[in-house]
Design a protein around this ligand. Structure first.
Ligand SMILES: [Zn+2]
Length: 323
């Protein structure tokens, strides 16, 4: 059995054997959804009350130190089963699903969320799970367990960006690199500024990732790069890298009428906004969406600088990026 088949079987089994997941999964089919059309793309909003746990997660140092880590084996409920990915990662079912099939892939060891050393694992995971979009939320960009290294994955075809990617590249993209083996496109669609890294081989992707992570780390004074990342594998990789400017928008912290409890992460950048509260789902407008993205997306100034930097670095590396 392939890893994909074993993961599918795990999810099927856990829907029955783990009531928390089973109940939340059933409610998902009735989740309300609405959409907003922008020029050449769509933003969906999903009302998902169960996501309150993640959206409102306190991720400051003190709160994290004072809670038992839910990804560590000793704190998991007895119903929760796993499938191993290699010797370091465990595929687990996410008991608060956004997707029809939603996994959390956690490192067996309790170590903090970091991307540089784990990007290779991210790529391999994506290749081993071709029916899923694999994603990564940086510790300060939506991860609810920033102290425990993990990825997530959900069934393909759910986030609007997947179907829109080619037209977004056409309409809003600038090609930073095109060789026989790889392509890098910088896309600014007005709401999001992101990179599409494409290659059928791992080495150029690892180099591109390394350039991007280093640039962001320097820009952010040595902090873990603020990013969200999605990856799809179909004969080659498509990695979507969203550098971020801010973790949570002002609406998140506001009290009363102006409050919108929305904590953007990879799925939101992929075009599906998650509102755990009904009142937010009802009232959210196109202007709110534009305002939220304008705060959390990478700034145009930084984006232009990073485009130039990426371009220069790839150009000077003939061996990996030459024609
Ligand atoms: Zn842990």
């Amino acid at each position: 059995m392939s890893l994909q088949e074993r993961a599918d079987a795990l999810f099927e089994d856990q829907k029955i054997s783990w009531p928390l997941l089973g109940d939340n999964w059933e409610k998902l089919s009735g989740a309300r959804l609405k959409h907003f059309d922008f020029d050449g793309f769509t933003i969906h909003v999903q009302c998902n009350p169960k996501r309150i746990v993640s959206s409102s997660a306190k991720v400051d140092k003190v709160s994290i130190e004072n809670r038992a880590c839910f990804l560590c084996e000793e704190n998991r409920p007895p119903e929760e089963k796993n499938v191993w990915f290699g010797e370091e990662y465990e595929i687990l079912c996410n008991p608060f699903p956004i997707f029809r099939e939603h996994f959390t892939i956690a490192k067996a060891e309790h170590t903090p969320q970091v991307i540089e050393s784990e990007f290779g694992a991210f790529l391999e995971l994506s290749r081993a799970l071709p029916d899923l979009a694999v994603f990564y939320n940086a510790p300060n960009c939506g991860a609810s367990a920033p102290d425990h290294m993990h990825f997530q994955a959900g069934n393909r075809g759910f986030m609007p960006i997947e179907k829109e990617l080619e037209s977004l590249k056409q309409k809003y993209g600038v090609l930073l690199l095109e060789s026989d083996k790889s392509r890098v496109t910088a896309v600014n669609d007005g709401l999001r500024r992101f990179y599409v890294l494409e290659s059928a081989s791992r080495k150029p992707l690892e180099e591109m990732g390394a350039f991007a992570f280093r640039f962001l780390r320097e820009l952010q004074h040595g902090e873990e790069p603020m990013i969200n990342m999605l990856s799809y594998y179909d004969q080659g990789w498509k990695v979507l890298l969203f550098p971020r400017h801010m973790h949570r928008p002002w609406q998140y912290f506001e009290e009363g009428e102006k409050n919108i409890l929305l904590s953007p992460a990879s799925v939101d950048m992929g075009g599906t906004l998650i509102t755990p509260l009904e009142k937010d789902f009802e009232k959210i407008t196109r202007e709110d969406i534009e305002d939220i993205f304008s705060q959390v997306s990478f700034s145009t100034g930084h984006f232009d600088r990073m485009n130039q930097d990426m371009k220069n670095k790839m150009k000077s590396n003939e061996e990996t990026f030459g024609p």
